[in-house]
Design a protein around this ligand. Structure first.
Ligand code: 1GP
Length: 238
């Protein structure tokens, strides 16, 4: 069970691959980097331009080169593929747009129930600067150091019954969420907290785990700086 593996520290680092940027033919190199880095799982998804064919094709390529679990990270029901091992069934709690809070969930629920896929309900919280997901998702961004609002949302997520929380600054963010905010939230939560967006050095990644995060997500770094990816993975597992 992937959720159990996240909860008990067996999945500590996840790599996000965007099907828009990683098609068959150009993803093999990145997959080799991910394999060598020791990253525990691969998330597949992107904020824009995802369709089922590109998601399917990417997962086929991933499965050819690694046994790491593949978790869907969809921005809409178009990001679904039955080839994945699990799905982060996301609800963007701080969105102004109801389709990201509950609309897409309602649209995809019966399909998901008919698959054998592990469905992990995730309260998705987008922090400043939010980047593309903040804009596309219509997010009322949570301030980078706004402990109080972060705790409001995280507490609601726990009470509603989400399996996990994903706190993120947006892919390519110049700065990650403040580890102090992660610490304040994790201290109060009984469900795993995953952190991502703008994490591109081992120190920051390690601080997120020290702050109580169950797992850290990186995306862009696998394409831009393969050397660092291995060091980030080592830091989160130290
Ligand atoms: C997005 O957190 C991920 O959900 C990845 O962010 O590309 O900045 O690593 P980066």
């Amino acid at each position: 069970m992937i959720l159990e593996n996240i909860k008990y520290g067996r999945i500590r680092h996840l790599t996000l691959l965007d099907p828009e940027k990683n098609g068959p033919g150009n993803v093999e190199n990145v997959l080799d980097i991910i394999n060598r880095s020791g990253s525990d799982a691969i998330m597949v998804g992107g904020s824009t331009g995802t369709d089922q064919k590109s998601v399917d094709d990417l997962i086929v390529a991933i499965k050819k080169s690694t046994k790491k679990p593949v978790i869907l990270f969809p921005s809409s029901p178009d990001g679904f593929s039955p080839r994945a091992d699990a799905i982060f069934y996301l609800s963007l709690l701080n969105s102004n747009d109801l389709k990201y809070v509950m609309g897409y969930q309602v649209k995809s629920a019966r399909l998901l129930k008919s698959t054998r896929m592990e469905v992990i309900s995730v309260a998705y919280l987008v922090f400043e600067p939010g980047m593309t997901v903040g804009k596309v998702g219509g997010a009322r961004l949570i301030g980078r150091q706004d402990v109080s609002t972060a705790l409001d949302y995280a507490s609601a997520a726990e009470l509603i019954g989400f399996h996990a929380i994903y706190m993120e600054a947006g892919s390519g963010a110049p700065q990650s969420i403040d580890p102090a905010v992660v610490k304040s939230v994790c201290k109060e939560m009984t469900i795993p907290v995953i952190v991502g967006g703008g994490i591109r050095d081992p120190e920051t990644a390690g601080k997120m785990i020290d702050a109580g995060a169950a797992a850290v997500v990186t995306g862009t770094i696998a394409e831009n700086d393969p050397e660092i990816l291995g060091k980030i993975v080592s830091a989160v597992k130290a």
